[in-house]
Each structure stands twice: as structure tokens, then as C-alpha cells.
Design a protein around this ligand. Structure first.
Ligand code: UDX
Length: 437
């Protein structure tokens, strides 16, 4: 099929490359010229495992192109909307300006039978408004809401082999035709048995924010338990293992630590609360305010722990931070807990040096006042304390005996509960963690 993808960021670039892998002819449209030029050369403008291989392969076949010219999408039948919906400055709500500017570019291109597929995370009601705008210019085109659940770091795998498809469909008859078109796009995964849920537009939009709210709640739940553990001398990692064995609870997303960040969970729960307020049901989501504050409290607690291990003050202390990305296998620093903690400590007078395997470029542009080093050895040199804030496998595998030779004070705070306290303590380190004795 001939497919267009509007918006070639974390979501759209991966989606475009994966759709080519599935055998389709794809044009990716974006307004950022540098990104488009890089993608057209087969280069990923951000780090995502497996993406660059797919881009090189796709561009090489001639079936994957990237452009700033929306006209190139005129012969596509299926148009995916994959633009970002960031948090509005100074407000909780989502900023939909990219949805509407992509829509303006798309509307003049629509032909009878075309399907516009929304993948971006949006406040419920957006799909209906998009459908109205589409119907006004091309009544024989259809809007489907098909949320994306990909995790950064696993985006290629999650796109090629999703755990479910959700189709939010409009009017019964034309909705069925649109669903059949989308079935052709996803034929391979559907044939392999991937479950599909067909529903209305409102439910499909809510599915995405409900899923992310649940995940955020699960993380904040275990981080709230970590606060209880800190007050009682209990161990949150053993507690998570123990409750996680109950299959109704499950062990996934129960890793306590410095909390969630990234371009999705924090802004999605806030936009969801804002939308609930507009709909007059803000009470239904007031618990998400608590989820957000538990999460942000962990960052403050991390700084307090650093102060504690440094003997009561971090002023003038050299502190090494391992990790800048919001999670491993990503160079994404949006709302990164690691950088937030690093910046707080720097503002409070510490000399902070940050390292990360992939995110230094992004981090140093966003936080020019922090010091950055490319290697762990350089970052921890003469440090009074080391903070593990993003659990990259190479940091989890560090040898505490060797690392101790580079620092002034062998003090480590494990912000992700990823290290073995016994091993680190027996190598002479003061080991502290969130929610653990
Ligand atoms: C998330 C959703 O998982 C995905 O389905 C959605 O489409 C987009 O948002 P992502 O932001 O890529 O994906 O990261 P995710 O793996 O969900 O992690 C989010 C944050 O939670 C990270 O900062 C991570 O470090 C943190 N986290 C995760 C924890 O603190 N503890 C956990 O147990 C799990």
C-alpha cells in the first residue's frame, strides 16, 4: 500500500521505517529539515536500537522516502498522523498545535476512500474534531484512531510485533471499510494472531492515556511503598518481588527508584487530568495528582540522600551522575529524572559531572551548566559520591573494586535499585538506595 506518515519524530520515524519493512511504499513528512535530510540518508536523528538498519534498508529499496513537501503524500491511501503532543508551557494540558498543522497540510490531499489514522496521544475529543474537519473537505475519507503503545528502546520490536491493535472507528459502514484498509496495512501481524480491539473513537483515545496512567500509577505505588520502607527499615525490592508473584499484580513496572520520566508518562497523566477537568470529571483522576507528586518527591529524596552520604552538605562536593537519558537504551532526555536530580544538586552548590553512553549530546545542549564526561572513569574521578540514575547495562555491570580506585569517597547511591548491595559493600563502598536499608 502507499502510506504517508505525518510527523517523523520518535513515533513517526519508527512507524515509517517499520511500515516499509512490512512491504509498503512509505513517504514520511516532517517540517524539521535537518531531521528529514538525515532520515533520507538513512540516518536516525535519535538513538533507537534497530532503527538505523531499517532506515538504510528501506531507503535503499526506494520504497521509503522522507520529505518536507506534503504534496509527496498525495498518492497515499493511508495517512498516519504521528506528530508530538507535548505539554503546553505553564499548563497541564496537551499542546495540539502539531496535530492541527499536520491536518492543514493533509486535508487538501485527501481523496475518496483515503483513511486518516491517528496514532499520536491526544485528549479525548480530538479524533472527533479531526473527523469533522476531514468530513468537511472530503466526506468519503475516514478517520480511524489507532493508538501506538511503543516503548522507546524497543520501538522497532513493539511496532513490528505489537501486543494488540486498537481501532477506534467512526460511523458503522465507512468505519468498517476503513478498518478493512487498516487490516491490509497490518496484515502480517494480524495473520500472526495479534489481538485486535475495534471500538469507537472516544474509547480508542482513552485506551492510550488509561494505559499510561495505569503504568505511572504502578510505578508511583511502589515508590510510595519505598517511602514506607525507608521509614521502617524494610526493603522495597523484596516487597516488589513478593507482591509481584501474585499474577493479579505482576512484577513488571514495580521497580522502585527515582521514578518515571520521558516524553510520555509525565505529560500524558497531566494532560489526562486537564481533559478530565474540562469534561467535569476531574475527581475521577484526582489520584493522578498524587501519582505525579509521589514521582517528583523521589527526585527530591535522591538529592537528600546525596546530602546525607556527603555528611550533611553537598556544597562544593564533587558528585558523579551515571545516566542522563530518562531510561536505558535511549538518548531521550525529556523530563529525565537523572538530569533533574543532577541540576538540583548543581543549583544547591555541588560540582556535578554527568555521563551517559548515548545522551550526552542532547543533555549538554539542554543543560549547558552541568559538566559532562564521555566515560565513567572521567566522570567519577575524585568524586565524593556517585549516583546511579539511569540503569544502563554497562553501569549495572561496573566493577566496584575498580571503580573505587577512581573516586575520593567510595559512596554510591543506587537510584534504580539495580546494583547488588552486598557486592558493593564488600568492595568497601557506602551503598544507599531508595526504599532499601
Ligand atoms: C511509555 C509506555 O510504556 C508506552 O507504552 C507508551 O506508548 C509511551 O510511554 P516509554 O516512555 O518509552 O513508554 O518508557 P517506559 O518503559 O514506559 O518507562 C517510563 C519511565 O518509567 C522511565 O523513566 C522508566 O525508568 C520508569 N520506570 C519504568 C520505573 O521507574 N520503574 C519501572 O518499574 C518501570
Amino acid at each position: 500500500m502507499r502510506i504517508s506518515v505525518f510527523g517523523c519524530g520518535y513515533l513517526g520515524a519508527v512507524h515509517a521505517a517499520c511500515m516499509t519493512k512490512l512491504g509498503h511504499d512509505v513517504v514520511g513528512v516532517d517540517v524539521v529539515e535537518d531531521h528529514v535530510a538525515a532520515l533520507a540518508r538513512g540516518e536516525a536523528p535519535f538513538f533507537e536500537p534497530g532503527l538505523e538498519d531499517l532506515l538504510v534498508e528501506g531507503v535503499g529499496t526506494g520504497r521509503l522516502e522522507f520529505t518536507t513537501d506534503p504534496q509527496r503524500a498525495a498518492d497515499a491511501t493511508v495517512h498516519f498522523v504521528c506528530v508530538g503532543t507535548p505539554q503546553k508551557r505553564g499548563e497541564k494540558a496537551a499542546d495540539l498545535r502539531y496535530i492541527w498543522s499536520a491536518t492543514e497540510n493533509l486535508l487538501p490531499l485527501l481523496k475518496p476512500g483515503d483513511v486518516v489514522v491517528g496514532k499520536s496521544t491526544v485528549p479525548v475529543g480530538t479524533a472527533e474534531e479531526l473527523a469533522e474537519r476531514v468530513a468537511a473537505v472530503q466526506p468519503e475519507a475516514e478517520v480511524v484512531w489507532n493508538p501506538e503503545f511503543l516503548r522507546e528502546g524497543f520501538a522497532v520490536q513493539d511496532t513490528l510485533h505489537p501486543d494488540r491493535f486498537v481501532y477506534g472507528l467512526g460511523d458503522a459502514e465507512s468505519g468498517r471499510r476503513a478498518a478493512a484498509t487498516l487490516d491490509e496495512v497490518y496484515a502480517e501481524a494480524l495473520a500472526a494472531g495479534t489481538p485486535k480491539i475495534e471500538t469507537d473513537l472516544a474509547t480508542a483515545q482513552l485506551v492510550k492515556v488509561a494505559a499510561n496512567s495505569f503504568l505511572a500509577t504502578k510505578i508511583s505505588f511502589i515508590n510510595a511503598m519505598a517511602e514506607l520502607c525507608e521509614a521502617t527499615g524494610a526493603d522495597v525490592t523484596a516487597l516488589a518481588d513478593a507482591i509481584g508473584h501474585d499474577s493479579r499484580i505482576g512484577r513488571k513496572f514495580l521497580n522502585a527508584g527515582v521514578g518515571f520520566g520521558g516524553g510520555c508518562l509525565p505529560k500524558d497523566i497531566r494532560a489526562f487530568m486537564a481533559r478530565a477537568g474540562e469534561l467535569g470529571v476531574d475527581q475521577a483522576l484526582s489520584f493522578l495528582r498524587e501519582v505525579d507528586s509521589i514521582n517528583l518527591r523521589r527526585r527530591v529524596r535522591m538529592v537528600d540522600l546525596a546530602r546525607e552520604v556527603c555528611g550533611g552538605s553537598i556544597v562544593g562536593r564533587r558528585i558523579a551522575v551515571l545516566g542522563a537519558a530518562f531510561k536505558p537504551n535511549s538518548d531521550d532526555i525529556r523530563d529525565s529524572p537523572a538530569l533533574n536530580v543532577a541540576a538540583q544538586m548543581q543549583l544547591q552548590g555541588a560540582q556535578v559531572t554527568v555521563t551517559d553512553p548515548k545522551a550526552i549530546d542532547n543533555a549538554s545542549k539542554a543543560w549547558p551548566d552541568l559538566a559532562f564526561e564521555a566515560t565513567v572513569e572521567d566522570a567519577v574521578r575524585d568524586a565524593d559520591a556517585v549516583l546511579l540514575l539511569t540503569e544502563w547495562p554497562e553501569y549495572v555491570a561496573l566493577d566496584p573494586v575498580d571503580l573505587a580506585t577512581h573516586v575520593t569517597g567510595p559512596r554510591i547511591i543506587d537510584g534504580r535499585n539495580a546494583l547488588d548491595p552486598v557486592v558493593w559493600r564488600s568492595a568497601g563502598w557506602t551503598y544507599r538506595a531508595l526504599g532499601r536499608p
